[in-house]
Write a protein that binds this ligand. Structure first.
Ligand code: CP
Ligand code: NVA
Length: 317
C-alpha cells in the first residue's frame, strides 16, 4: 500500500521515511512525464498556497508558483514588505491567520524555528523552501536527477565539495544516507558539518551498511564518486564571510582536475544554483557535458508539484 502524506509538512528530510521519499520520487517522475506529454490537469483547482520569502529566490519561488498555478491553484507571493510577520505580529499569530485562509504554506527564510512554528500553528501543510539549516525540496530534486541519470540511487556515491556546514550539505547528508547513497563531505575542517547532523546521517547509513565520509582531503573524498556536488561559498545572509570562505574553499573548487580525481568518466556534476562561475565551480565544468544542473533546476518543479499533490491528498485526482 502507498504511504499517505496527506496533511503532512516537510520541514526537513528527517520528516520522511525512505518509503515516503520513494513515493514522492515516483510521483515526481509521473508528473514530469505528464507535463512532457502536454497533459493538462487541474488537481489544485480551488486551492490556495501562501509563498512567504524572507530571502531571495528564482527556482524555488517559480517552481512552487508554476506547479501550483498550472494545476488550477492560486499561489500568493508574500515578502516581509507585505506581511506583518515577525515585526508587528508574531509568527504564531500569522500562522493561525494564514491557516484559516490557505490550504498550504511555503516558507523561505532564516530560522528553522520559524518554519516549525508555521507548521505547528497553522494547521495546514507547510513546506520549507530553504532555511539556514535545511533545503529539503532541493534535495528531492537532486535525488530525482541522480535517479534519472543512473536509473537507481542505492549504492551510488555522492561527494559534496565546499561549505560542509551549509543548508544544502546538511540536507544532502540526510537525503543520501536515507536513500542508500554513500555520501562524502569534502571541506576544510573549519567547515565540517555539525555533529548532530552527522550522527543522524551515520545512523541512517548504518542501517544499509553505507558510508558517510567527512574529509578535508579532496582525493580521498571524491574517489569513485558518481556525483560531484557543490554550492556557493557564502550562503544568503553570510555575504560578509565571503573573503574568508574564498581563502578556505579555493582548493575545493570543482574544476576539470577535481572531476578527473573521481576516476570515473561517467561522473556527473550537480549544483543547486545560483552558481558563481569561477569560484566554487569552473565555467568549464558547469557548462560541460558532465553537468546536469539545468535538469536539476527543472526537477525542482516536478518534485515540488509531487510534494504538494501528496500532502494535499490530490495525487489521484
Ligand atoms: N536552488 C535554489 O533554491 O534556487 P533559488 O534560490 O533560486 O530558489
Ligand atoms: N546554500 C545556499 C543555497 C541557495 C539555494 C544559500 O543558502 O544561499
Amino acid at each position: 500500500m502507498s504511504p499517505s502524506l496527506k496533511g503532512r509538512s516537510l520541514l526537513t528530510l528527517s520528516d520522511l521515511t525512505a518509503e515516503e521519499v520513494r513515493y514522492l520520487l515516483n510521483l515526481s517522475h509521473r508528473v514530469k512525464g505528464e507535463r512532457r506529454a502536454g497533459e493538462v490537469h487541474q488537481r489544485f483547482l480551488g486551492r490556495t498556497l501562501a509563498l512567504i520569502f524572507e530571502k531571495r529566490s528564482t527556482r524555488t519561488r517559480c517552481a512552487f508558483e508554476t506547479a501550483f498555478g498550472e494545476e488550477g491553484g492560486h499561489p500568493v507571493f508574500l515578502t516581509l514588505d507585505d506581511l506583518h510577520l515577525g515585526s508587528k505580529e508574531s509568527v504564531e499569530d500569522t500562522a493561525r491567520v494564514l491557516g484559516r485562509m490557505f490550504d498550504c504554506i511555503e516558507f523561505r527564510g532564516y530560522k528553522q524555528s520559524t518554519v516549525e512554528t508555521l507548521a505547528a500553528r497553522s494547521g495546514v501543510p507547510v513546506y520549507n523552501g530553504l532555511t539556514d539549516d535545511y533545503h529539503p525540496t532541493q534535495v528531492l530534486a537532486d535525488l530525482m536527477t541522480v535517479e534519472e541519470r543512473f536509473g537507481s540511487l542505492a549504492g551510488r556515491r555522492l561527494a559534496f565539495c565546499g561549505d560542509g556546514r551549509n543548508n544544502v550539505a546538511r540536507t544532502l547528508l540526510i537525503g543520501c544516507a536515507k536513500m542508500g547513497i554513500h555520501v562524502s563531505i569534502v571541506s576544510p575542517t573549519a567547515l565540517f558539518p555539525d555533529g548532530r547532523v552527522l550522527e543522524e546521517a551515520r545512523e541512517l547509513a548504518a542501517a544499509d551498511g553505507n558510508e558517510v565520509r567527512v574529509t578535508e582531503r579532496v582525493e580521498f573524498g571524491v574517489e569513485n564518486a558518481d556525483v560531484i556536488y557543490t554550492d556557493v561559498w557564502a550562503s544568503m545572509g553570510e555575504e560578509e564571510k565571503l573573503a574568508e570562505r574564498a581563502r578556505l574553499l579555493a582548493p575545493y573548487q570543482v574544476n576539470a582536475a577535481l572531476m578527473a580525481k573521481t576516476g570515473k568518466r561517467e561522473t556527473v556534476f550537480l549544483h543547486c544554483l545560483p552558481a558563481v562561475k569561477g569560484s566554487e565551480v569552473s565555467a568549464e565544468v558547469i557548462e560541460g557535458p558532465q553537468s546536469l544542473v539545468w535538469d536539476e533546476a527543472e526537477n525542482r518543479k516536478h518534485t515540488i508539484k509531487a510534494l504538494m499533490l501528496a500532502t494535499l491528498g490530490a495525487e489521484a485526482a
